[in-house]
Design a protein around this ligand. Structure first.
Ligand SMILES: O=C(O)CCC(=O)C(=O)O
Ligand SMILES: [Fe+2]
Length: 307
């Protein structure tokens, strides 16, 4: 595909934008060219302070994991929309982030949805996480149009010493055979608390080793095409009784929304029905076909691996 077929002579980099420069247009340009972009200080210390307060009790009661990929000195807490109102309403629904997702994902779906939500707290002595692609959970060939865009929010400062996310700029353009090697430039996403790194799910990246005696805490929020299965099961993480308390936009973002023409129905209704009903009455089947579905340009055939 033109523009995504190789690294060429271009020097790839991790684009860093200050809050006032971090317009959706500039972030999208960086994502298309380099696969990654840092928006510094995108939310205020007050917002991140609230996020931290809501998540600390969950981190305290969560043990470290056990595995090369997930780490042995790293804590991971999911279900963040249910567990932290500020993560849902202030980070997942951040207007700049949503505008970026509109531009990056709406060409191939009628709406996108939140896929994984995970707080990742990397402890002292943690070793590097293997470099990987977040979109490897889906059987698409690379290079191709993005199916996943990930945002990692810095709750604590991210530094070169404490395990910041590391990236291989330009690697979103690589094919499926090429893997990161010694000749590839790995760039650390150093950024203060309240910043976010946004990257194409095809970009090679991973958590870095933590050489300090403090925890590095970040929040992964992935957004995926609305017709793909979400990485984290949002209906278990956020069942109707919890989802009912969220704003309508966030309810839709986590998946309580029909994808045209009729994907994801419940009782033959748009799944938002599950949040609005509750008196025990049965609905008649609804006519779910959406007229706009006919013109959807979901041109998938050549980009899906044979399965
Ligand atoms: O914590 C990080 O910096 C990266 C984590 C990550 O990429 C992952 O777990 O998929
Ligand atoms: Fe990742």
């Amino acid at each position: 595909m033109a523009g995504r077929s190789g690294s060429g002579a271009k020097r790839h980099r991790l684009v860093m934008l200050e809050r006032d420069e971090a317009t959706p247009e500039r972030i999208v340009r960086a994502l298309r060219s380099h696969g990654c972009c840092v928006a510094r200080n995108l939310v205020t210390p007050r917002v991140m302070g609230r996020v931290k307060k809501e998540l600390d009790p969950w981190l305290e009661r969560t043990p470290t994991g056990e595995g090369e990929f997930i780490g042995r000195f790293t804590k991971r807490v999911g279900g963040l929309v249910a567990r932290s109102p500020s993560v849902g309403e202030k980070l997942a629904m951040h207007p700049t982030i949503l505008a970026v997702m509109d531009a990056m994902l709406l060409g191939r779906c009628h709406h996108y949805h939140l896929s994984p939500t995970q707080c990742v707290s990397i402890g002292p002595d943690e070793t590097p996480q293997p470099l990987h692609r977040d979109d490897a959970i889906y059987p698409f060939r690379h290079p191709g149009e993005p199916s996943v865009i990930t945002v990692i929010w810095a709750v604590s400062d991210f530094t070169a010493e404490n395990g910041t996310t590391q990236t291989v700029p330009g690697s979103h353009l690589w094919d499926d055979e090429r893997l990161p090697g010694p000749g590839d430039k790995v760039v650390q996403a150093e950024m203060p608390s309240g910043s976010a790194i946004i990257y194409d799910g095809a970009l090679y990246h991973g958590g870095a080793p933590n050489f300090t005696d403090r925890w590095r805490t970040g929040i992964i929020l992935g957004y995926a095409l609305g017709w793909l299965r979400q990485e984290e099961n949002q209906y278990l993480a956020c069942p109707p009784e919890v989802a009912r308390t969220l704003s309508p936009g966030l309810q839709k973002l986590i998946g309580y929304q029909l994808h045209a023409p009729f994907l994801g129905w419940y009782e033959m209704q748009d799944p938002i029905y599950a949040l609005r009903s509750g008196d025990g009455s049965m609905p008649g089947a609804g006519e779910l076909l959406d007229d706009s579905a006919g013109d959807s340009a979901l041109n998938l055939g050549s980009s899906i691996k044979r399965v």
